[in-house]
Design a protein around this ligand. Structure first.
Ligand code: BES
Ligand code: MN
Ligand code: ZN
Length: 510
């Protein structure tokens, strides 16, 4: 699907030839003498349309309007959230019709926000995305071309920023959805590494893939322990986006890449086990974020780390009670082989130290307990650093990809104590999302760290089963926010020189 920005006054909208014209109708609509806004005002006056998000009124071959179909879509105060609801509702109503070209009319709005345009673009993608890779007869979405119409040059300038960000985000989200949706036999660790290598062809992105030998040399005994039950060899994927000077400390994103989670010897029940192909959604979100970065080329450095393997039972598999040595040197008693995500992530977190990162964010479908705690609305956010937590929360709000901060009190780590190793990989059932985060916390002491538990938000079950592409929107807004923050104050460097100066300067002020 491609997007085009057009300047079309309200008077010109009625002569726009298109399969469907979706007119956003705000609560403060000031009608003019043109056919479109006259129609909208009449519909509101007669009580046939409410200017609220989700409310629609459709017409076909209307005199004086060149578009084949017109959908009036209430949009309330025209906030990004309401625009998203309005566009989703309009596209759902048009789903069964043969619309290839669509014009989204923002010219009826009094004021325009870039965020609203971005929301419209992402809503179009969400409404039309269809997974086809493993179907013999692919029937891709009919909608091909979306025109975003704004009133004047000032509106076009605002809209352009929102459109560019939206288009980049859509590329990232669709990339993440695609790899997350692929079944485990079409998305093995090796194939996932291949997807990363494809990204390595894009500007400023470099990709290295490590195999079992290299990972053994690094001493990643915990990651290797999970992988040992499977015939599929593990891959450790390292991506770099270098958009800023070498000395600028990177943000490191770590994505859980369990391409299938059977639970291992602590095997899962059969019901819905197929959904454990989504256990690499953290990895997919890292790949998707890099896809979007390649598009936007922001001024920053980002590292992506993906420990990818299967969690299988078998004669070589780890057994409950086994003790392994992680790359950090800490020994781990594996009391439950189904708590494997933390076992692969801990070694990736240790590996992250070498980048002297500004911040490390891991993203993982880590616990069923997080699904119970927060459902599918907000991802769980855990962080050892208040500033990082605030930045991620804010990014969640601005991108409408929400998260909610959870606690990390040391008391939650009590249950991880064991007589047989430095730490156990599980505590009791209580507070399961938090105890999992506390396990990771032990391996993330040397940098500002955050953990996003996306078990509830990364995919939907039921009839609409499929990946959501979350939290690519959150991650992208967080990273773009870092560019703005770096411009506002001198940047921190990997060598720590400028960083020190900045810190002592702020101390003097305080
Ligand atoms: N991948 C699962 C978490 C999960 C489960 C995500 C269901 C989404 C839906 C993870 O590896 C896992 O199995 N976690 C266990 C941990 C437990 C053994 C402490 C869980 O949540 O049950
Ligand atoms: Mn598991
Ligand atoms: Zn898992």
């Amino acid at each position: 699907m491609d997007f085009e920005l057009k300047t079309l006054t309200r008077a010109r909208i009625c002569s726009e030839k298109t399969d469907a014209l979706v007119v956003l109708v705000p609560q403060d609509l000031t009608p003019g003498s043109d056919p479109v806004s006259t129609l909208a005002a009449l519909a509101i006056k007669s009580g046939d349309l409410e200017a609220k998000p989700g409310k629609l009124l459709s017409a076909y071959r209307t005199p004086g309007i060149a578009a084949t179909r017109v959908v009036l879509a209430g949009v309330g105060d025209a906030s990004a959230k309401n625009v998203r609801s309005a566009v989703s509702a309009a596209l759902a109503a048009l789903k069964s019709s043969n619309v290839q070209r669509l014009t989204l009319c923002f010219s009826t709005l009094g004021s325009l926000q870039a965020e609203a345009i971005r929301a419209a673009v992402t809503a179009c993608s969400d409404a039309t995305y269809t997974y086809t890779t493993t179907k013999s007869k692919a029937s891709p979405a009919k909608l091909r071309h979306v025109v975003v119409a704004v009133n004047d040059a000032a509106g076009a300038k605002i809209a352009k920023a929102g459109l560019d960000k939206g288009v980049a985000l859509v590329k990232g989200v669709e990339f993440a959805k695609e790899w997350a949706n692929r079944p485990a036999n079409h998305a093995t660790p090796t194939l996932l590494a291949g997807a990363a290598k494809e990204l390595g062809k894009l500007r400023n992105i470099k990709v290295d893939v490590l195999g079992p030998k290299e990972v053994a040399k690094l001493g990643m005994g915990s990651f290797m322990a999970v992988a040992q039950g499977s015939a599929e060899p593990l891959r450790f994927i390292v991506l770099r986006y270098d958009g800023a000077a070498k000395a600028v400390a990177p943000v490191v994103l770590v994505g859980k890449g369990i391409t299938f989670d059977t639970g291992g010897i602590s095997i899962k029940p059969a019901a819905e086990m197929d959904e454990m192909k989504f256990d690499m959604c953290g990895a997919a979100s890292v790949l998707g974020t890099f896809r979007a970065l390649a598009e936007l080329q922001p001024d920053l450095n980002v590292v992506g780390l993906i420990p990818a393997c299967e969690n299988m039972p078998g004669s070589r598999a780890i057994k409950p009670g086994d003790v392994v040595t992680s790359m950090s040197g800490q020994t781990i008693e594996i009391l439950n082989t189904d708590a494997e995500g933390r076992l692969v992530l801990c070694d990736a977190l240790t590996y992250a130290e070498r980048f002297k990162p500004k911040a490390v964010v891991d993203i993982a479908t880590l616990t069923g307990a997080c699904v119970i705690a927060l459902g599918g609305v907000r991802s769980g956010l855990f962080s050892s650093d208040d500033a990082l937590a605030a930045a991620l929360s804010e990014a969640g709000e601005s991108s409408m990809d929400l998260c909610w901060r959870m606690p990390l009190d040391d008391d939650y780590a009590e249950g991880l104590k064991t007589n047989f190793a430095d730490v156990a990989n599980v505590a009791g059932r209580a507070g399961g999302a938090i105890t999992a985060a506390k396990f990771l916390h032990r391996f993330a002491a040397s940098f500002p760290w955050a953990h996003l538990d996306i078990a509830g938000t990364a995919w939907k079950g039921g009839a609409a089963k499929g990946a959501t592409g979350r939290p690519v929107p959150l991650l992208l807004d967080y990273l773009l926010g870092q560019v703005a923050a770096a411009k506002a104050k001198p940047s921190t460097t990997a060598s720590g020189k400028t960083a020190k100066k900045t810190r002592s300067a702020s101390r003097t002020r305080a």
